[in-house]
Ligand binder design. Structure first.
Ligand code: GDP
Ligand code: CA
Length: 317
């Protein structure tokens, strides 16, 4: 039998946990895994291009991530960041690790040599045997911006990291996204997969920008099967501040509200199947009554084994 083809749409940390589990689940039988990664969090800082979600997934799959802190490289130091602060360069509240800066410098150099983001992702992914193909959602720079209550506009990273998402967000925008196109291979990865999974990532600022790239929603409509995994467990975001993002777009922080936000394919939405946590089992009958194929599974990705079990459940017909 040919290798099973799975394509995952993902943000950073939640996406990385899921993809690590998926790779482990399919290790023995052979698999063709493509991860389409959000690039809305990307930014220019001190002359280098950062791609936080791509790097979170890359580091986690390579096993060089800082699992305790939840982001960045293990064994990191911050000498360069301290020096930048002395110069008054960059953002004093945004620390860049030295090893991480090595990635950003390599990436920026390749971009300046004329490589596309897709080509850069391929180079980054070739350093370690990560076992999946990493694709940016688009080769166009379409950073996520947040419009807050007083009308001012911040880069997503400033709102999230500096202000800890406490400034009330009114809306999220990706300027220029209407003119963007999916990166080469993205549409084919979606339409050619046996199953496409919307990872348990932030629905608004991780999955949202991916779905906003013209052509990606249409490709999902042509996909063989689309499954979503709830990032909300027991009415709470597992970690982080995704509830502030959901509130801004008028979606309640609950597994069923996020399902309805994505919509079921039978009603013109995206999903064929939606996985909710055991803690949210009480929400399943309501969704089922609306025609949803809703499944109750353990959704905590607290270790590799649990992540693999979840990934297996997600791709099983
Ligand atoms: P980010 O880009 O680093 O913020 O990461 P993502 O967008 O990929 O994922 C963030 C979301 O992952 C959080 O809002 C959580 O709701 C979700 N998440 C994190 N850990 C888990 C987990 O163990 N299980 C589930 N179901 N969701 C999780
Ligand atoms: Ca992110």
């Amino acid at each position: 039998m040919a290798d099973v083809k799975v394509t995952v749409l993902a943000g950073g940390v939640g996406g990385a946990r899921f993809v690590r589990g998926l790779r482990a689940a399919l290790e023995s039988e052979g698999a063709d895994i493509t991860v389409v990664v959000n690039t809305g969090d990307d930014l220019w800082l001190s002359g280098v291009r950062l791609q936080p979600d791509i790097d979170s997934i890359l580091y986690a799959l390579a096993g060089v991530n800082d699992a305790e802190r939840g982001w960045g490289r293990a064994g990191e130091s911050e000498r360069v960041s301290a020096e930048l602060r002395e110069w008054g360069a960059g953002w004093p509240w945004f620390t860049l690790g030295d090893l991480d800066l090595g990635t950003h410098l390599a990436r920026t150099g390749w971009l300046r040599d004329g490589l596309s983001y897709t080509q850069v992702a391929e180079r980054l992914g070739s350093r370690w045997p990560i076992g999946v193909r990493l694709l940016p959602m688009t080769d166009t720079e379409v950073d996520t911006q947040v419009v807050v209550e007083d009308g001012s506009r911040l880069h997503f990273q400033e709102w999230w990291t500096r202000h800890r998402a406490v400034l009330r967000a009114v809306r999220f925008e990706n300027p220029g996204i209407d003119g963007a196109t999916p990166a080469p291979g993205v549409v084919e990865a979606i339409t050619g997969a046996d199953v496409v999974v919307l990872a348990p990532s932030n629905p608004v600022v991780s999955i949202g920008p991916i779905l906003s790239v013209p052509g990606i929603r249409g490709a999902l409509g042509d996909a063989a099967r689309v499954v979503g995994v709830s990032p909300i467990i027991g009415g709470k975001v597992v970690r982080g501040m995704a509830d502030a993002c959901l509130t801004a777009i008028g979606v309640e922080t609950s597994a069923d509200a996020v399902a309805r936000h994505y919509g079921q394919r039978a009603d013109g939405g995206l999903l064929d199947t939606w996985l909710v946590a055991e803690e949210d089992a009480a929400l399943a009958p309501g969704l089922a009554a609306e025609g949803w194929d809703v499944r109750v599974e353990p959704l905590w990705m607290t270790d590799l084994e649990r992540s693999a079990t979840l990934a297996r459940a997600a791709i099983t017909d």
